[in-house]
Design a protein around this ligand. Sequence first.
Ligand code: NAD
Length: 301
Amino acid sequence: MSAIILNGTETAAGIRREIEREVAELKSAGGAAPGLAVLLIGDDPASSIYVTMKEKACARVGIASFPHRLPGTAKKEELLELIDRLNRDPEVSGILVQLPLPPSLDEREIVSRLDPEKDVDGFHPHNLGRLVRGEALFVPCTPAGIRELLRRYRIPTEGRDAVIVGRSNIVGKPLAVLLAAKNEDGNATVTVCHTRTRDLAAHTRRADILVAAAGVREMIGADMVKPGAAVIDVGIHAVGRRPDGKRILAGDVDFKEVKNAAGAITPVPGGVGPMTIAMLLKNTLTAFKRRRNPGQRQTAG
Ligand code: NAD
C-alpha cells in the first residue's frame, strides 16, 4: 500500500490565497499593506535562494518586501543599527534575518536585537519563551507549517506517539512544544531524538507521527517506520542538477522506500518547504494586524 502524499505545495497555495484575500481587503479598507524586511548577510548560495523565494512569495500575496543585502564582512554595529532602524520603521511589519549568519556575527546577539513584535521567525528569546508558555506571538515557521499540514490533512495528534529526530532551536525543540501542548493540535506524547540517542530505530518504530529533522540525507529507511505512520520530512539536501540546471533535492527520509510503509508522507521538494514560507507570510500578516490594533493581544497558539 502506498502512503497518502501530504502535498505541501497545494496546501501552501491555499493558505497563500487566504492571505492574499485578507491583504487585499486590508488595503482597500485602510490603504496600508504589511511589509517584510529581509536581511541577507554574506553570499551563501542556499541562503540567497531561500531569500529570493521568500521575497517572491511576499509579492504574490501583496505583502511588500524590503530587501537588505550586506556583505559577509559587515560589522556587528552596522547590522544592529539597521535592525534598530527597521524596528522603528512603521512600514515594516516583520523583520527576517536569514540564518546562518557569517561566523564573525553572533546569531544570538543579532536575533535578540529584533523587536519581538516584528520577529516573524519567532526565534527571539522572548518569543521562544512565550511559545513554551502557550502564549506565542509568532510560532517559528517550519514547526508552524508542520502543525498546519497535520491539521489540514486531519491527522490526529491527541494521545499519539510523536517522535522528532533533531533538537534544533528552529525545528525540533519548538515542534516538540507544539505537539505536546494542551490543545486540539497537540496532546501528543513527544519523544525528541538526537545524536546521543541510543537505538534511534527503536524510538522511530514506535512513532504514529515521525518527524525527520536531522539534516542527514535519507537516514530514515522503511525499517525505521511503523506501518501506517505519518512521516514528515524536514530535511533538504541538494543532490545534483537536472539537464535544465534545476537542483535535484532529497530529504532525511528515503522517500521511495518509506512511502510503501507509511500511511502518509511529505515529499521533498513540495512538502514542508512551501509550508514554511506560507507560515512566514501568515506571521507577517499577523504582525501587521497586531500593530494596527495594539489592544488586540492575540496569541498564535
Ligand atoms: P541542525 O543541524 O541545527 O540540527 C539537526 C539536529 O539533528 C541536531 O539536534 C542533532 O542532534 C540531530 N541529529 C543529527 N544527526 C543525527 C543522527 N544521525 N541521529 C539523530 N539525531 C541527529 O538542523 P536544522 O536547522 O534543524 O535542520 C534540519 C534539516 O532540516 C536540514 O536538512 C535543513 O536544511 C532542513 N530545514 C528545512 C526547512 C524547511 O523549510 N523545509 C527549514 C529548516 C531546516
